[in-house]
Design a protein around this ligand. Sequence first.
Ligand SMILES: [Zn+2]
Ligand SMILES: [Zn+2]
Ligand SMILES: [Zn+2]
Ligand SMILES: [Zn+2]
Length: 180
Amino acid sequence: MPGIMPGFDSKRFVNITDVQKDDFMCGVCLGILNNPFAAKCCKQLYCYDCIREWLSCSTTCPYDRSLMHISDLKRSDTVADQMQDLVIHCEYEPYGCDHTMPLKDLSQHMNNCIYDPERKCGTCGLTMGDINKHNCIELLITEKERYRRENLKLQSKLQTYKEQMFEDERHCWDDPLWCM
Ligand SMILES: [Zn+2]
Ligand SMILES: [Zn+2]
Ligand SMILES: [Zn+2]
Ligand SMILES: [Zn+2]
């Protein structure tokens, strides 16, 4: 399944054991489970998004090929509980966030992480990008320049319309028949 990997890269976890890696592995993406669901047929665990995506183009369990429908899976609260204290790195570690937290606090952190490159800057209002390279002033100047050019383009268009109208009107006076 190209492009789909809702599970976590095991490298993001601090001190995860090999046993935990096996116990908490998704049977589809082979990453660490994200929102674990268990299959009725074989008790195999899958990320909810992984198995839902799988079943959108298959009718069988990826593990034992039993007939499977999404309603045959049940969220595994037990496994989710066992996982909630695993310590994980922020997703934006490559952008400079060195925050680690228990898995249960991850989503709250992700909503507030200042290293999120899609975040809007509180000062200039533009997309943050790489926080270490973000420069409000520079971005605002670039943005202003873009508006100025846009504006010039519109003005010259308006000028062309005006000239065209004037031209048409002049024809009317010079040669009333031309307009009819
Ligand atoms: Zn998965
Ligand atoms: Zn199965
Ligand atoms: Zn972060
Ligand atoms: Zn800014």
